[in-house]
Design a protein around this ligand. Sequence first.
Ligand code: ZN
Length: 548
Amino acid sequence: MKVVFHIVNYTNLCKPTVRMNKGKKIAITRPYDNVKDVNDSKDVWSLAVRVMDLWCVTGKYRQEQYLEMVIADKENDMIQLTVPYEELAKWKEILKENNTYTMLNFKVLKNDVAVKASTHPFRLAVSGATIIKPVDFPTIPLASFRFKDFGEILAGNYRNDLLIDVIGAFQDITNTNKKGTIIRSVTFLLKDASGLMIHATLWDEFAKQFFDAFNQANGPETIFIVLKHVRAREAQGIYPLCVTNTWSGTKVIINAEIPEIAEFKTRFAELPIDDVNASQQLSQLTQGSQITQQGDIMNKAHFLTLSEVNHVMHETICVTIAEIKKINANKYGWIYDGCNFCTKGVRMDNGQLKCRGNHINDEAKPRFRVEVEAVYKNDKAKFLLWDNDVASIIGMSAQELKEQLVEIGQFHPTAYPPILDQVVCPQKVFKIKACPESSPYSVIQISDNEGLLKNLEKQFGLGEASSKLALLDEVKVDEVKESQELVVDTLNTQSLCDETDPSCSSATPPPKRNSQEDVDWVGSTQDVEATQLSSTKLAKQPKLEPKN
Ligand SMILES: [Zn+2]
């Protein structure tokens, strides 16, 4: 017989007691088991643990509440423990986050709940036989957030059935959905201390919690956000890879004075300031190209694949990835006579050079307008590059180029000078104004930030999984038709042949943080309801069905 001596102070309950029985030593209480060894072969496990995490769950259709916990032993191995409603009264008072306990006897279940709090193959439930006793175990590591690295999530190294915590600096609200005055969801971008960004989507009460705290925090300072108990969810249709709340237990912590946020702030402060607009920084590093930037290219724009762009039902400002294959030579040529006071074209009108805005010009200002063929995978579209972008790419204004060409007798608005070939480029990120059945699409902004491009490809599951995407595209197109209600209020909607450069009207600084009312720039809720069903269906299942 194996005889075990096990010394524990402070407790008489779980302390292994050894009695002499006819000269033989017999252990009559159990030594502590390792959490990692727990399995369903028996109930009589004996654990010395710390409560790492504790949250209360209210059943949706029942008044009953129960407790969920994550407990860890001194090896920091974790397992989920549920205190069902029937047992709650007995233990509620003594169970506190970060405290340590001895725990004895459980019901052991397979860890097959839809949203798991630990990766342990089993989980525990408190039963009528369970004994819990507060005992001091200072060697067990303290409770902490379980922050998931953004890079890991973006690289696809996540489980969508596992609760995680994230910390980041708020960047921008990218989408809100309301039904009447009720907020259904909010999606925003969080940036980590290495500059990586992921979307976070909060639904219903969590969206409300977000706005309550967000509106309070509204000011010039960066807002720091901890989302506790969220899960990563892969891109679905037009919805990007994101972290999203679960049915219960998610906590939205904004600008709280906690050490984790203080520590994050310090690391975040070391990021280059204009890394927010990383595209700018990178474009300056990339072969001298000086592509114009006007704030965050993702601001107020969904990402759409080029295939989706070709199927929008409404005028839509969106961001897409494309390669510029060639210049489309057409009768409008590469240059137009622009107004000096706006970006419209000018014409002679009663002996005066006027634009449609009735600005009177002495002399026209030459401006670029170059139609190109944009390609992504099997999809093609016509893009229109406007003055600033073309000038940035070729490093010369339309006026200068025209003057040089005139000098050598080579100027003609439809004779494309070779210097314009520089607009042909490998994949870049474009912000465009897409109009249904109206091509070309005006380019508003270009970014040659490789990081952003890769980030988008990862977030939207592009790249390797192209065959899966092709299937998805069928579905997505309908979703886009239903859901694209982006209100384009910042741009005037002159027809493109009017030679109006839309990028100029968007050259205002990116709007500051939006108030709750301002951000409802995506109107439709239809598809969102469907998405919400699918996104929270799993999470709504009770975490535990106690059965006897
Ligand atoms: Zn004008």
